[in-house]
Design a binder for this molecule. Structure first.
Ligand SMILES: *Cc1c(COP(=O)(O)O)cnc(C)c1O
Length: 428
């Protein structure tokens, strides 16, 4: 038995499903998950000492590669002063100033501890500001696991086959309306239906939790127009796209300005950080400035801020990273597309910049319904085949691949070679 298998046996006895977040369990794959011991650059090493090229990147934070030295050193240095004070610190001011100065639509920002918290709080602020309750989200978009957002919530929920979640009272989701991604008409219909009752439309500006589903031309611009027409706030959930597509996230990439934005993942560089921010008049509703209550014992934790701010500063000072990531994306995902075509496989590659997904379907994937046409058992075979060839990807058809700056051309080509080898052999 491998060390990972032994650990998993122990884990399932004391942790629900053996993991602290569902997708880690390899539930759709049917083998014990790899327990990770350490990671460096684009490589991750399991408890048995196996090395893999990693395309999870901690689900996004590791945009500069694992164990990035400046981030690690900033954490060690911050630790020497104490781990947490539960009081205001200078680095929180620096973090907020750094972001507000560089991202025009973020006039004020509040730090929290996860993407889930960021979204939950942004929705509360939107409701407090507008005095309205209804929220429109999109099927297949994931916004964390707060009660109101667990409706058609994408990857984790899709893979475990649970439609929504037990334990969420109907009352918590009755103000959540679900529209169709990339379909402006579906949004207009809901806005008409709930005229005068809708606080906000929340969207992943690039769908990345039903596999990667980029917005079609005009979709985000159209959302902005609809929100203005109906007097509704537009929230971009940039937990994945923020600081990834561009420093200013999808808002900058597509040139569409949201009223509120949520961050997570990259903003903490691997530490538990989330944030929400946006227009000053909305953010001033948040306590203690205003009447929307939101708090956190460890929010703005100095170690987490040190890690996050170091990474954000590095990204801002080296913006060539973003064109480099585009090129890496073209090499990997373009290479996958070419391979699929050459082999005559009826599959689809969706990608944008450093994010990509191979969908095991012959249909164009533009929304939740088309994503669900993917053959998850074919994905499961592919995942196992790639893992045995030293490539570590998200263990779900409905998650993205994350490229980082540490994925060299050589590593990308090695990945493509492993894929070619897998498809050559699985088709025999
Ligand atoms: C990961 C994710 C979240 C939730 O963030 P957590 O830190 O896991 O709570 C929210 N929204 C999007 C778009 C995400 O990808």
């Amino acid at each position: 038995m491998s060390v990972s298998e032994e650990l998993f046996e122990r884990a399932v006895k004391v942790i629900p499903g053996g993991v602290n977040s569902p997708v880690r369990a390899y539930g759709a794959i049917g083998i014990a998950p790899r327990f990770i011991d350490r990671a460096d650059g684009c490589y991750i090493y399991d408890a048995d000492g196996n090395q893999y090229i990693d395309y999870i990147g901690s689900w996004g934070p590791m945009i500069l590669g694992h164990n990035f030295a400046p981030v690690r050193e900033s954490v060690i240095k911050a630790c020497e002063k104490g781990l947490s004070f539960g009081c205001a610190t200078a680095i929180e001011v620096e973090m907020a100033e750094f972001i507000c100065k560089r991202i025009p639509h973020v006039e004020m920002i509040r730090m929290v501890n996860s993407g889930t918290e960021a979204v939950m709080s942004a929705i509360r602020a939107a409701r407090g500001f507008t005095g309205k309750n209804k929220i429109i989200k999109f099927a297949g978009c994931y916004h964390g696991h707060s009660d109101a957002m667990l409706v058609s919530a994408g990857s984790g929920v899709m893979t475990s086959g649970v439609p929504d979640s037990a334990g969420v009272p109907k009352g918590c989701t009755e103000d959540t309306m679900t529209a169709v991604y990339n379909d402006l008409e579906s949004v207009r219909i809901l806005l008409e239906q709930a005229k005068g009752q809708t606080a906000a439309v929340i969207v992943e500006p690039v769908g990345a939790n039903m596999g990667v589903v980029p917005p079609v031309e005009g979709f985000l611009q159209g959302l902005r127009k609809l929100c203005d027409e109906f007097g509704v706030l537009l929230i971009f959930d940039e937990v994945i796209t923020g600081f990834r597509l561009a420093f200013g996230g999808a808002a900058q990439y597509y040139g569409v300005t949201p009223d509120l934005v949520t961050y997570g993942k990259i903003i903490g560089a691997g530490m538990p950080v989330g944030a929400y921010g946006g227009r000053k008049e909305i953010m001033e509703m948040v306590a203690p400035a205003g009447k929307v209550y939101q708090a956190g014992t460890l929010s703005g934790n100095p170690i987490a801020m040190a890690a996050g701010l170091t990474q954000l500063k590095y990204l801002y000072d080296h913006q060539k990273i973003y064109s480099d990531l585009e090129e890496k994306g073209e090499r990997l995902y373009g290479g996958m597309e070419a391979l699929i075509k050459e082999k005559g496989l009826p599959y689809r590659v969706n990608h944008i910049a450093s994010l990509g997904s191979l969908f095991f379907t012959d249909q164009e994937v533009v929304d939740y319904t088309s994503a669900k046409t993917a053959d998850t058992s074919a994905f499961s075979d592919y995942f196992k085949g790639m893992l045995s060839r030293g490539v570590h990807m998200a263990p779900s058809q409905f998650e993205a691949m994350f490229l980082s700056m540490s994925h060299t051309d050589q590593v990308i080509d090695q990945t493509l070679y492993a894929m070619r080898d897998y498809f050559d052999n699985c088709m025999k």
